[in-house]
Design a protein around this ligand. Structure first.
Ligand SMILES: *Cc1c(COP(=O)(O)O)cnc(C)c1O
Length: 386
């Protein structure tokens, strides 16, 4: 990812910044596009993973749809050229204003997360003399085998409608004259690397779609959500997620009936590997028990380690001629006035000095989008390979 020219460029750029390798992004999108098109599957990009304008423009150019979780994202998707006919809108707390915005935009589908929401969408659509197309987001109680902070498909999670409430959904659907039922939606968690999890999901989807059909509601859309993981430990040798195996699980185990469409919502797997957070060492603190590298980037630029205990590879990009042969262990920390502002403890690095460039890898998903102004910090900049 970093050739000598890139590093020279970094040396002449104010840190911290996100560095986007647009070629990595292009290759990832291409791989996903080919693997999904093979089975005629539809992929919506989950904007919340990264809504950097240049990233959105490239994703849109591949013909992907958009998966949005706020009115702002619906607006951004349409402004960046995503077709409104390919916009899906999920979220456990859609406000009336956001629902109205999506109704005005004639989006493809609302992914509805409660019976009450179904009635509200129906009322708002009626007021506009429109019909809202919906999929019911169902909580299938499938364990994603990922970190519990990013699990969404268990009974105890706030997302979706639990299966014991589906009788109420049917009653509501029959009562709502301004709702068109398209199908069923699932999203069970993020950073999922075990394909058995998706096989279990397929089996649950098959049962649930049969249940809807038995109750007089034919299912046109099966939306399996997203969550495909990336390799945070090997960004250079395993850069692109195994889209082929992922889609093949659904091809093999999902009972797709004639006329049905299969949809996906991928975020992380499309964008995580294309960016690194580049920062400089401000200070080296050698303690009795610990060595600290204090960077000029912190949780205000990348909060994943502090928010989800997430792992990122950390590299020193600066070459020194005379170095100790052995690596040292550093706690790599940020400048923010919070004890949790630590990227990782005991990181093995070559001896490091003030001014060294540090790359925090695989930062393209849930990185820049979560940047904050806490401590009145400047907004993090972006730099692109092209
Ligand atoms: C966040 C989200 C996604 C994307 O998740 P990834 O793990 O980034 O693939 C898909 N669908 C919904 C409803 C989401 O909230």
């Amino acid at each position: 990812m970093f050739n000598p020219n890139t590093i020279t460029r970094f040396n002449n750029t104010e840190t911290p910044f996100y560095y986007y390798d647009m070629e990595v992004l292009r290759q990832t999108l291409q791989a996903c596009h080919i693997a999904s098109a093979k089975y005629g599957f539809h992929v919506h990009y989950a904007l919340k993973a990264n809504f950097n304008p240049k990233v959105l423009d490239m994703i849109q150019s591949f013909g992907f749809g958009a998966d949005c979780v706020s009115g702002g994202e619906v607006k951004a998707a349409i402004e960046h050229g995503f077709s409104n006919k390919q916009v899906v809108f999920a979220g456990v707390g859609k406000s009336d204003k956001e629902i109205n915005l999506a109704l005005d935009g004639d989006i493809f589908c609302f992914n509805v997360e409660s019976v009450q929401e179904l009635h509200i969408i129906n009322d708002l659509a009626k007021a506009k003399n429109k019909t809202a197309k919906v999929a019911i987001r169902i909580n299938p109680n499938v364990d994603a085998h990922t970190h519990h902070f990013i699990t969404t498909g268990l009974d105890e999670n706030k997302f979706g409608i639990n299966t014991w409430q589906l009788d109420d959904v049917i009653i509501a659907l029959r009562a709502c004259s301004n709702i068109q039922f398209l199908g069923i939606h699932f999203h069970i968690g993020s950073q999922i690397t075990d394909m058995e999890v998706y096989k279990s999901l397929c089996i649950r989807i098959n049962e649930i779609q049969d249940w809807f059909e038995d109750h007089g509601f034919p299912v046109k859309i099966l939306n399996a959500g997203g969550g495909l993981g990336v390799d945070y430990h090997n960004p250079d040798t395993n850069t692109i997620s195994d889209f082929e195996s992922y889609f093949k699980v659904f091809k093999d185990f999902l009972n797709v009936k004639p006329g049905q469409e299969v949809h996906f919502e991928l975020g992380r797997a499309l964008v995580a590997q294309c960016a690194s957070l580049i920062s400089r060492v401000l200070y080296v603190k050698n303690g009795q028990k610990k060595n600290f590298l204090v960077l000029d980037a912190g949780m205000t630029e990348l909060i994943r380690p502090m928010l989800y205990q997430a792992y990122h590879e950390i590299e020193n990009l600066t070459q020194h001629s005379k170095l100790k042969t052995q690596n040292l262990a550093y706690d790599v920390v940020g400048p923010i006035c919070e004890s949790t502002d630590c990227f990782r403890k005991d990181v093995e690095l070559p001896e490091s000095f003030r001014g060294d460039l540090i790359a925090i890898r695989t930062a393209g998903a849930y990185g820049e989008v979560m940047a904050s102004g806490y401590n009145l910090r400047d907004r993090v900049q972006s730099v692109y390979s092209d």
